[in-house]
Design a protein around this ligand. Structure first.
Ligand SMILES: Nc1ncnc2c1ncn2[C@@H]1O[C@H](COP(=O)(O)OP(=O)(O)O)[C@@H](O)[C@H]1O
Ligand SMILES: [Mg+2]
Length: 340
């Protein structure tokens, strides 16, 4: 089964599409339906073949199981994992599973994050994050192939697939960079088609809770806040802004924190909206820690960190950050001017 067919199939997992189809598009829908059935059948055949070799402890529902097997087969074949124990968290954009490691890995437990293609639909403002971010292929290399770049621009099914892959690759390569730099992030192990494998935070029976669910002791709050700030600083040092940082994307375990969830990572040196995105990240962190009794002035802190890395504070797109030679930059600038 081709990747395209699979993507279509995954899309169909979202039942709401069914209900939303207007009568005028019925024939289109029927066409999709029959395509879906073919894709369905192929995926299930493939899942059956895979399951002859891999039997996971976690028993998923039929659809989910086929999806899970298809997403993890290569990771299992490479002996990165030996079993899937359970689902840690299911979401509309990604689900995270607890796995036991295979012989190729030195940690006992791993987390597999598997993405669904509809993730892209929920990222309404994705252009804001992608600005200044070259797209990456499934090996984490910058895409230079004209065909792929053109397809992405035109938003063809193939282009969407490439774009989807690029988000995943950004999550993985960011984990690689930050982990090597000593940041508090899970260790990344492997990236496949639509899954990444990383260190698991928690124990066999309990995954680490998100920081937002925790009330910190007074003595604990300040050092942890400083720890988060150290991570933000380290990210800037490596030309990265989390882009969706908050107490929801920080795990808390045994008094330590781990930052997670990086597909939307922003490259500050080449993204004209980066100051706004950065300020929002810092503000959300300060919101949580203020409620935990830590005094912090988000704006002053953000400005300090930002300028200490040589960045200028620009509230909106500043002409200095735009390249008159680039059509995209001219478009952004026009848009900003028309809002004034
Ligand atoms: N490495 C990990 N170890 C343990 N739990 C994790 C890990 N990564 C993610 N999770 C759990 O899965 C949830 C979703 O992961 P996240 O990367 O934030 O994806 P998203 O928010 O896009 O669904 C997290 O809130 C956390 O509960
Ligand atoms: Mg998250």
């Amino acid at each position: 089964m081709s990747k395209n067919q699979l993507l279509e199939f995954y899309d169909e997992l979202d039942d709401s599409v069914l209900e939303e189809t207007p009568a005028s598009q019925k024939h289109l829908f029927q066409k999709r339906e029959s395509k879906k059935q073919v894709a369905d059948a192929k995926l299930f055949v493939r899942a059956q073949e895979i399951s002859r070799e891999f039997q996971f402890t976690y028993k998923a529902a039929r659809f989910e199981e086929a999806w899970l097997l298809d997403s993890l087969v290569e990771i299992a074949e490479h002996k990165w994992i030996s079993d899937v124990l359970r689902k840690v968290k299911g979401g509309k954009e990604a689900s995270v599973y607890l796995c036991t490691s295979g012989v190729a890995v030195d940690a006992p437990l791993l987390a597999a994050k598997i993405y669904r293609p509809r993730m892209l639909r929920n990222l309404k403002n994705d252009a804001q994050y992608r600005e200044g971010r070259e797209d990456l292929d499934e090996n984490g290399n910058v895409i230079v192939d004209d065909g792929a770049l053109h397809a992405m621009k035109k938003r063809t099914a193939f282009g969407e697939e490439v774009r989807h892959q690029s988000w995943i690759a950004y999550e993985f390569t960011t984990l690689e960079i930050l982990h090597a730099a000593g940041a508090d992030v899970p260790k990344p192990y492997a990236m496949e088609k639509n899954a990444i494998l990383m260190g698991y935070v928690g124990d066999q029976s309990n995954p680490a809770p998100i920081l937002n669910a925790i009330n910190l002791d007074h003595d604990e709050a300040r050092p942890l806040f400083e720890r988060v700030v150290r991570n933000i600083d380290l990210m800037l040092k490596h030309d990265r802004i989390h882009g969706d940082l908050s107490a929801y994307n920080i795990l808390y375990w045994n008094g330590d924190i781990t930052l997670i969830d990086f597909p939307q990572v922003v490259i500050p040196s080449s993204n004209p909206s980066s100051w706004n995105i950065f300020l929002r990240d810092v503000t959300r962190i300060c919101q949580y820690f203020s409620a935990q009794g830590v005094t912090c002035d988000a704006r002053a802190l953000a400005a300090d960190l930002w300028t200490s890395h040589g960045h200028k504070i620009v509230k909106e797109v500043h002409p200095e950050y735009l390249d008159a030679e680039k059509a995209e930059d001219r478009r952004v600038w026009k848009e900003v001017m028309s809002r004034k």
